[in-house]
Structures are given as C-alpha cells and as structure tokens.
Write a protein that binds this ligand. Structure first.
Ligand code: DQA
Length: 150
C-alpha cells in the first residue's frame, strides 16, 4: 500500500508567526502557512497533517505516534533544533525520513543558531527561503514518496 502521508511539525514560538519578529519571519501566520501547505498537498495528491507545539516532550510523543503511519516529516523544530537530543533520538528511533526547515537563514544569525542536532540525520535541510521553503520541502517529499512507492 502506498504511504503518501506527510506530517508537518512546527516547534516552539512558530504559533506566533505573523506577529513575531516580522522582519525575520514575515507577516504570514501559522494558519496561512498551514492552509497554503494543505492546498499544495491536495494538488499533489498526498495526505497532510499539521502539528505545532511549544513543548519538547509533545513533539517527541508526536514523532513516536506517527511511526508506521506517516512516510515523511517536514520539521521546523525552532529553538529545539539547537538544543534537543531528545527530538533527534525520536527521529532516529522511528526511522521516518525528514527535512529540516528554517524560515530564516540561521547561518547569518547568532552563533548559537549555527549548530543543529538534526541536520546530520536529516534527508535534507532548507534554510532561509521563508515560508516558500515548506512548499519546496513538500514538493520534494511527495516526489520522494511517489518514487519510493512506485
Ligand atoms: C527558526 C530558527 C531558529 O533558530 C529559531 O529558534 C526559530 C525559528 C526558523 O524557522 O528560522 O524559532 O527555526
């Protein structure tokens, strides 16, 4: 059976999109982002679930919960990118391929944002393309799942 299900996870403070440092993260809200992604997923013919949490444990729980149910994860772990061994271990544990996404170019920002616990185990990393980065990631994940399942 084809598993064309993709999960988008947004981590801490991404619920504030649109009002949070708009010069860095833009004026569009999380709801705008999620409806843009759902529209694109419909066009691509893939199932899409969107999840956001400010809590590390809730993100770990979600990753564990979708094991065997989801074929790909698109993950913007926010600040947990730079701190969380637990999220990395969960991703390794469930063996679901994922793309790491950042709206801003973390490499042009403070040094503590330059290190990611996730990049080394990610299938790819998209950094600095704004919300468009999620669309690129979704297109690519759908293509990956189709070629894997064909
Ligand atoms: C972010 C970059 C992180 O450093 C930051 O903590 C975020 C958002 C981004 O999308 O650019 O919360 O992941």
């Amino acid at each position: 059976m084809q598993n064309l299900s993709i999960l988008v996870i947004n981590g801490p403070n991404l619920n504030l999109l649109g009002t949070r440092e708009p010069d860095i993260y833009g004026h569009e809200t999380l709801a705008d982002l999620e409806s843009m992604l759902k529209k694109r997923a419909d066009e691509l013919g893939v199932n899409l679930e969107c999840f956001q949490s400010n809590h590390e444990g809730a993100i770990v729980d979600k990753i564990q919960e979708v094991r065997g149910k989801v074929g790909f994860i698109l993950l913007n772990a926010g600040a947990f990118t730079h701190t969380s061994v637990a999220i990395r271990d969960a991703l390794s544990g469930v063996e679901i391929p994922f793309y790491e996404i950042h709206i801003s170019n973390v490499h042009s920002r403070e040094e503590f944002r330059h290190h990611s616990y996730l990049s080394a185990i990610a299938k790819g990393v998209i950094v600095g393309f704004g919300l468009q980065g999620y669309i690129c990631a979704l297109d690519s994940a759908a293509q990956y799942l189709r070629s894997k399942n064909s």
